[in-house]
Design a protein around this ligand. Sequence first.
Ligand SMILES: NC(=O)C1=CN([C@@H]2O[C@H](COP(=O)(O)OP(=O)(O)OC[C@H]3O[C@@H](n4cnc5c(N)ncnc54)[C@H](O)[C@@H]3O)[C@@H](O)[C@H]2O)C=CC1
Ligand SMILES: CC(=O)[C@H](N)C(=O)O
Length: 374
Amino acid sequence: MMLVVQLLKGAAKHAGSRPQCSVERLFTAARGISSSSRQSSASGRSQCSACTDTDLPKVLITGGLGQLGVGLAKMLRRRIGKNNVILSDIRKPPNHVYHNGPFIFSDILDYKNLREIVVNNNISWLVHYSAVLSAVGENNVALAKEVNITGLHNILDIATEHGLRVFVPSTIGAFGPSSPRDPTPELCVQRPRTIYGVSKVHAELMGEYYHHRYGLDFRCLRYPGIISADSQPGGGTTDYAVQIFHAAVKTGQFECNLRGDTRLPMMYIDDCLRATLEFLEAPAETLINRTYNINAMSFTPHDLTQEIQKFLPDLKVTYNVDPVRQAIADGWPMALEDSAARRDWGWKHEYDLPELVQTMVTHITMGNQVAQAY
Ligand SMILES: NC(=O)C1=CN([C@@H]2O[C@H](COP(=O)(O)OP(=O)(O)OC[C@H]3O[C@@H](n4cnc5c(N)ncnc54)[C@H](O)[C@@H]3O)[C@@H](O)[C@H]2O)C=CC1
Ligand SMILES: CC(=O)[C@H](N)C(=O)O
């Protein structure tokens, strides 16, 4: 109980210290709608008094049931209204997702079905989250090629055909052992050694090509490893940094599949989703690039363990290195150089390692306590 009180006090302090408030900043950044015509309530729910529903984008999120999609939908729905954001995936959604806003089946490999969805729902923005991540991709190269490359072609063609704004995330995995690693600049050698990385470099290049050739409004951020409390990672190399929190709270024991000194760039999900929204809303003329690095913090499993032990001193971590994941991580950046994003569209992260750990431990501890009460 003492731990919970201590965590809540810390979390409240951090929330208070954060610049107020990201949704407000989003208002002013919003394209085509003046800030004076908008109001934001204390709840963070945005309202636009002057604009009608037809002024707002209609968004389709593909691969929406993964680690990031549900959180992005929640944030976007607060911003532009529940019915203006459609989540889609090839899996059946859990009840809380199904009942919280529009959800439809969409397989990105089915071009005709994608086109039908875009046309029938008057989609104007497409957030393309479907992917096969790094570790799963190495186990199933054919699937990764199909989803990450053929699927991307469908998305770019549909977006071009219908004049959509399209967001495709890239990743630290788009770099490889011959890229400078600390920090990794925006423009440098990109020779990744995973099918995931190769497909993401392909996505960056194809998107930029379509932008220059056909005027497609293509936008791409290279995400670090993303850490979230209430959604699980989908088979990547950075997954340990989410799993360790759940193990720390539940059992106090964790077996890490990367070496203790493996330094990688990471980001808390709130920063990642806010970056995505701010970037999506940035006026086109401010975007000097179409692909940007974004960075927040970097740490090793050792660093993370020590920080978690400040709250959960009994946590014991052992190491059982997975050679596939370790080889991938050894070729990835340790930090991304992101000054262009900070300069062009005002990117600024809010969570460093101490805030991340406090927030994650708070969420997971509180979640467990609520679950136990029922
Ligand atoms: N989570 C992270 O740490 C990072 C994620 N990213 C990128 O962000 C995006 C979202 O990532 P996550 O949510 O973590 O991925 P995830 O692996 O958790 O979810 C991907 C989703 O794509 C869906 N999917 C697979 N095949 C599909 C198909 N044929 N049609 C439609 N959907 C299909 C899956 O069912 C799954 O729900 C991905 O593009 C990923 O590469 C980039 C860097 C870091
Ligand atoms: C960093 C990523 O792209 C992803 N989390 C992975 O580890 O594959």
